[in-house]
Design a binder for this molecule. Structure first.
Ligand SMILES: [Zn+2]
Length: 129
């Protein structure tokens, strides 16, 4: 869904005139386009992203749903606010370490697959060789 939102915006960027695009999406033009799209997703669509993930597998742990929904949005102010709100009673450092491990596992799973995310211990960082 994250990439679909980029695609939706890019479709209008490609098909509208520049002035029409700026009226419809004033945040995204000109410059800083990816960052602006990510801030918009983080501010307005995080619950939609969560719902899509939960719709794929309703037994997935809430913490894993959050990590998946926020992945790609870690540079946004909203992610920082969520992390610093200490969800699940975890410190912001533990949240960040878990996100880093999730991203690492998702991009290079070392043959280990994704952790199921039902306990913080699943996120103990094991570097790939
Ligand atoms: Zn993105």
């Amino acid at each position: 869904m994250h990439e679909a939102i980029h695609g939706y915006i890019d479709y209008f960027r490609a098909t509208l005139s520049q002035s029409e695009f700026q009226i419809k999406f004033p945040l995204f033009a000109p410059g800083g386009i990816l960052d602006a799209e990510h801030e918009t997703m983080a501010n307005n669509y995080i619950n939609n992203l969560r719902a899509v993930i939960e719709g794929q597998n309703d037994s997935i742990a809430d913490f894993m749903v959050d990590l998946m929904a926020w992945s790609g949005l870690q540079e946004t102010a909203a992610y920082g606010a969520w992390r610093n709100s200490m969800p699940y009673g975890l410190s912001s450092e533990d949240i960040q370490a878990s996100m880093n491990t999730f991203l690492h596992a998702a991009s290079d799973n070392c043959g280990n697959g994704l952790p199921d995310g039902d306990s913080l211990g699943d996120f103990n960082f094991e570097p790939c060789n």
